[in-house]
Write a protein that binds this ligand. Structure first.
Ligand code: ADP
Length: 491
């Protein structure tokens, strides 16, 4: 149950509310209790003043016998200050009761039994004994079923010290406080019940979109990756969460789509050479009386197609490792002009076969940090394309130069150029401007060369661009960040 955010939220909310309600109620209760007690104490002081004034007046009018004068003055004053909640006592010098209002007004005084038990209590005894000073005394006395506030004041009569004690019943006061306590308890319980139920429904309502999102997300799989989570309010937190999820699904969908296309294209590319291999093998096996030259020719075709297959598989392997970030790219100092010269040397036979003039300008020293083999592969791909797509007797220029911030490799040819509407797509995998031409014959590529070259440039924090292409030729340039010019060959 506590695994549910809704329940946890409700519990927390109710707990905090309970603490606040209890604190507020307790504070209010104690303030009310204290102020009511202060008011009672003040009233008792005023009552004692008034009683003593009446007492002194009655004493003056009383007969001359000292004992009976005090008694009758006290009784007269008690009659005048009679109240249901107050009991008056006049104690003599030896703390013996001289006059008392208990029992005297039995019809009016509500609980004489409680008063009697209060008078008999130890608390009362010690309260009256301690009253030696002239100061007024105050204390709460616990009796059988109720409590009393005891007030005492010393006074002089006929040259002797007497003690006036007023016992004020706190019954009514405690009844009010009890009512307040009960009211507060019910209010807290009811408040918690309401807040808990309301909080739970509120939490349920707030969490409903999350639950709906979860249920929806659970239904999304590889087959329906195009589905998106519902966004009720794009501006609130849950809406933003749904949007983030949807963006993630978008990326996943695109990545899945790329993978699907990649696999489909790769299978398609592998099918042609495999079909040729099988066809050639079948021909070789079926024809009787073939000469050694015939077999040699078949073997040459098999060899060429196998090489083509190996090249495609290697390229595919490179790209898949590049995609998963698992291609190990070494970091060494590479003099790019040396790599360019080396690549030019490697393709010179190819160029010569097509009677293409290959010019190399690799005089500037271009130092970059990176993977020598990969950089070589990038330049070879560009040179290979330049020779492949140039007509017989054409010209290919390759130059390596260094600027203050980068090393640049430029490859220019005099081929037919790339049609303007296809230029944006030449870096796509398996893209060929002229598939028919590329796939057939020895020059056929799988459309992976430029994708790999672009990845290599980017893996070295550089870029590969088609600078320009028209009917006079095509110009590719790779820009790789490097420490700049160390020295130039012309210096
Ligand atoms: P391919 O293996 O087919 O050469 P690439 O990825 O290297 O694949 O090139 C993609 C396409 O870009 C090629 O099929 C070709 O149409 C076009 N292309 C690339 N380089 C050149 C170039 N120098 N001149 C003309 N077209 C080019």
């Amino acid at each position: 149950m506590f695994n549910s955010v809704r329940v946890r939220l409700t519990v927390w909310y109710s707990a905090v509310l309970a603490v606040v309600l209890v604190l507020v109620s307790a504070t209010t209760y104690f303030i009310v209790q204290k102020s009511s007690m202060q008011r009672t104490d003040g009233d008792l002081a005023v009552l004692a003043d008034s009683f003593l004034v009446t007492f002194q007046a009655e004493l003056l009018d009383a007969p001359n016998t000292p004992g009976s004068a005090i008694l009758s003055a006290a009784q007269q004053s008690m009659v005048e200050h009679r109240s249901n909640n107050d009991t008056f006592l006049v104690l003599g010098p030896g703390r013996e009761i001289v006059a008392s209002s208990t029992g005297t007004f039995s019809p009016g005084v509500r609980s004489d039994r409680s008063v009697a038990s209060a008078l008999a209590s130890r608390e009362f005894q010690s309260f009256t004994k301690m009253r030696e000073s002239k100061e007024a005394g105050l204390e709460t006395i616990r009796a059988e079923h109720s409590r009393f506030r005891a007030y005492s004041r010393q006074f002089q009569a006929n040259g002797q010290n007497y003690l006036l004690v007023i016992l004020h019943s706190l019954h009514a006061q405690y009844e009010v406080l009890e009512t307040i306590r009960l009211t507060f308890s019910w209010m807290i319980l009811l408040g918690l019940l309401l807040a808990g139920t309301g909080g739970y429904f509120l939490a349920r309502r707030s969490m409903a979109p999350v639950v709906a999102m979860g249920a929806h997300a659970r239904r999304i799989g590889a087959t329906n990756l195009h589905e998106r989570l519902p966004v009720l309010n794009a501006n609130d937190e849950l809406g933003q969460l749904a949007t983030i999820f949807n963006d993630l699904l978008n990326r996943l969908d695109q990545s899945f789509e790329r993978q699907r296309r990649f696999i489909a294209d790769a299978s398609h590319e592998l099918r042609t050479p495999l079909a040729i291999l099988r066809g050639e093998a079948e021909v070789a096996m079926s024809q009787q009386g073939r000469t050694a030259e015939d077999y040699l020719e078949s073997l040459q075709i098999l060899h060429e197609e196998t090489s083509r297959l190996i090249k495609i598989v290697e390229d595919l392997f490179t790209l898949t490792r590049a995609d998963s970030g698992q291609y190990p790219i070494s970091q060494e100092d590479v003099y790019l002009e040396e790599v360019v010269a080396d690549c030019a040397h490697s393709v010179r036979t190819l160029a010569r076969e097509k009677n293409i003039e290959l010019s190399v300008d690799a005089a500037s020293e271009c130092l970059v940090r990176g993977d020598r083999e990969l950089l070589r592969r990038m330049i070879l791909n560009l040179l290979d394309n330049a020779i492949k797509y140039s007509a017989e007797g054409g010209r290919v220029d390759v130059a390596c130069l260094a600027t203050t911030t980068a090393c640049e490799v430029h490859v220019t040819d005099t081929g037919p150029g790339i049609p303007p509407d296809l230029r944006d797509r030449i870096f796509e995998r398996f893209f060929r401007a002229d598939p028919a031409r590329s796939r057939s014959g020895r020059e056929g590529g799988a459309g992976l060369g430029l994708s790999i070259a672009l990845w290599i440039a980017q893996a070295h924090h550089g870029r590969l661009e088609l600078v320009c292409s028209d009917w006079t030729g095509t110009h590719f340039a790779a820009f790789l960040p490097g420490p700049g010019i160390a020295r130039t060959g012309t210096d």
